[in-house]
Every structure is written in C-alpha cells, then in structure tokens.
Design a protein around this ligand. Structure first.
Ligand code: ZN
Length: 252
C-alpha cells in the first residue's frame, strides 16, 4: 500500500492526514527539516512505515588530506585501511540465529495452515528488525567516514568466510553493501567528499600495462597515474583490468 501525499501535518506524536486522521509514529530519527511529502508503505511483516521527503542543504566541509579504504564484510562490519575494525554488532549475530530458528519452525508448519501464516509473519518481523538496526548503524558509520575523510574507497563485496547460513549471510551482506554505498554516496555529495569503489584484488602497487614496470605504491584514492618508466598515462581501473586479463597474465 502506498498513501502518498502532500496534505499532511506532522504532529508531536505522528502525522495527521486529511480523512484518515492522526497516525501515531515511532520516529527512527528526527527530521532535519520540514518534510515536503510523505509515503506510507506496508511491509511484509504487516507494519507500516512512513517515509518522508525532506530537502537538505549541502554543507561542504573543508578539504582534508585524509582518506580511508573500507572493506565491508560480515566478519567485521568495516575495516578501515588504517586497520581500525568495527566489530559486527552483537544484534546481527543473534538476529541471524533467531531468523534461522524461525525459518526452521516455518518449514515444519503444514502448508496453508494458519500456524504457517503466523510463523511467516514472525520471520518477516525478525528480518525487518535487523534491517532497521543495521540501517541505523550504517547511517552513523557513513556519516563518520564521510566527515573524517576526503576520499572513501569502498572495496567490492567480500562474502567469503561467513556464517554457517551462507545464503542468508550473503543476501544480508549484499543488500547491506549496496545500502552502505548509497548512504556514503549521498553524504559525499552533501559534504563535498568523494566515494570510489575499488576491486579487492587491486594491488596497491601498480604494474604498467604498457611496459610491465612496477610502479610504486599508490593510495586507493589515486585514480590516474603516469608510468615512471615509459610515461604511459593510465586510468587505474582500466590498467588493472588490462593487467589481470588472461592474455596479459599469459604474457606476464
Ligand atoms: Zn610503463
């Protein structure tokens, strides 16, 4: 369901709609400015969410030489290139166990029964809860990294070495990675920062794809460089792709 409209009035307890009346809301965070529109969405769990559109002014932060490379996995939520690890929150692990248990219980219920329907609802609620908690955490982390660094390099997804329930872990980390990236990118625009996605296999010391010379170590934020031996100008990603392509590997 989607009620979408511009005729509504935020109140202390929620939002008042014409005809519908006041809907009580549990605010996930305060609105940064008065909303221009609102959408009500019904989730699989049967709960409703109100999603507000607000205009946010860009607040360019002063330039900083700092940069960070982030590796997002489940084993640790984010690992900065400075080695700082953010431990996975306990809620994630315990929530994964809970979801697994509820899914097992769901699979044992007779098809079409009302018990099965109830079990399905419990699974949906548990998944929704962990998604909300994670979103909250990602908001805090993305703000921190964007404020502190001029460039945030995000490594592409690492799904190896995860929990027992691999399919579940993967789906959670896939969507988490995209969500985290989206948050970083929109905050980068707001604050005048930059987000780049780098391949996790990309070496920090680059070999020239023209002459094979091993050029020095480069921070992840350096996207273009010139070979010190032959003078070829390289785009970091294209050069790395050339180096790792099978024909080049045979030659190397
Ligand atoms: Zn070269």
């Amino acid at each position: 369901m989607g009620v979408c409209g511009k005729e509504f009035y935020p109140t202390d307890r929620g939002v008042r709609f014409p005809k519908i009346g006041e809907l009580k809301l549990k605010w996930s965070r305060p609105l940064p400015s008065p909303p221009t529109s609102v959408t009500l969405v019904k989730e699989c769990s049967g709960r409703y969410y109100a999603s507000f559109v607000v205009e946010v002014k860009e607040v360019k932060l002063p330039w900083t030489p700092k940069e960070v490379g982030l590796d997002l996995g489940l084993a640790s939520l984010a690992v900065g290139s400075d080695g700082e690890k953010i431990a996975p929150p306990k809620f994630l692990r315990s929530a994964l166990r809970t979801i697994g248990r509820l899914q097992g219980s769901l699979s044992r219920k007779a098809k079409g029964s009302s018990n099965r329907q109830k079990a399905r609802l419990l699974v949906a609620r548990a998944q929704e809860k962990v998604a909300n908690q994670r979103l909250d955490l990602f908001h805090k982390l993305s703000t921190k990294y964007i404020r502190e660094n001029q460039t945030v390099a995000l490594e592409d997804l690492n799904v190896s070495g995860m929990l027992k329930n691999r399919r579940l872990a993967k789906s959670i980390s896939d969507s988490g990675w995209r969500m985290f990236k989206t948050l970083l990118e929109y905050k980068a625009v707001l604050y005048g920062r930059e987000v780049v996605v780098v391949s996790r296999w990309e070496p920090t010391s680059q070999r020239c794809s023209s002459c094979g010379h091993r050029d020095g170590k480069k921070p992840l934020s350096i996207r273009r460089w010139t070979c010190s031996a032959c003078g070829a100008a390289h785009d970091r990603d294209i050069n790395a792709a050339k180096i790792s392509s099978p024909s080049d590997r045979r030659r190397g």
